[in-house]
Design a protein around this ligand. Structure first.
Ligand code: ATP
Length: 217
């Protein structure tokens, strides 16, 4: 994100990609304005939160008019640096890693997995979904010569911390951690943790204990 976004609270910043995706859809369907109630229904965030979020970046909706879609779109594009592709490395081309290489995120936003690494000689040297797979031994040398600020970790949990330490030295700024391991990192590196097993367990728990609730809080 660019520097103007620094004053936006983190909780708001986390919702920006969600808003952006919906506004993109509205724009491509030719819609010129949208109310906070419509947005709320589509992205499942309450409209008071949406109005507060939008007020941080100067998008003041008018009563009976709503928000201007083109204005919102250009704001999000600029704030989320959507005019620039962010290169991503993926470490661990197992079942989950392979699925990400084939999917490769380009449909929704401008992040692209450029390069992947594994220790399995049978995978090294192959290409999945346009992404070449290198050996972990070549991590420092290969990443050192490329502009890759983000890494996705889809390795076994036992390998996660030592790989993370190496990624720190490769100047990686952000890690999307799909392993169950909790990572120790310096304050200059941001980790977002997605433990799919925990998320699934939590969903099942909520279904059992709060069967009426339809919205994520
Ligand atoms: P698969 O069925 O291909 O083994 P998986 O997702 O069930 O996939 P995992 O054991 O979770 O297997 O490993 C994921 C991937 O991480 C595998 O391709 C494995 O070779 C790779 N891997 C294991 N250790 C490391 C490591 N230290 N560095 C990089 N990649 C590793």
């Amino acid at each position: 994100m660019n520097h103007d976004s620094l004053k936006i609270p983190q909780a708001t910043a986390k919702r920006l990609p969600l808003y952006y995706r919906f506004i993109q859809n509205l724009h491509s369907s030719g819609k010129q304005r949208v109310s906070s109630a419509e947005l709320s229904e589509a992205v499942k965030v309450d409209s008071a939160t949406i109005r507060r979020d939008f007020s941080y970046f100067g998008a003041l909706g008018k009563k009976g008019y709503g928000y201007n879609v083109s204005y919102l779109l250009s704001f999000f594009r600029k704030t989320l640096d959507q005019d620039e592709v962010t290169n991503v490395a993926l470490i661990g081309v197992g079942n989950l890693g392979t699925a990400f290489l084939n999917y490769n995120f380009m449909k929704n936003n401008n992040t692209k997995i450029q390069i992947a690494f594994d220790v399995d000689e049978g995978k090294v040297g192959s290409v999945i979904g346009d992404v070449p797979i290198y050996h972990m031994d070549d991590l420092e040398e290969t990443l050192g010569s490329k502009e890759v600020p983000v890494a996705i970790l889809t390795v076994p949990a036992t390998a996660a911390q030592s790989i993370t330490d190496r990624l720190v030295d490769c100047n990686i700024k952000g890690i999307l951690n799909f392993t169950p391991a909790r990572l120790n990192v310096p304050p200059t590196l941001r980790v977002h943790h997605i433990d799919l097993a925990v998320e699934l367990q939590s969903l099942v728990y909520f279904l059992k204990n709060y069967p009426e609730a339809s919205e994520e809080k």
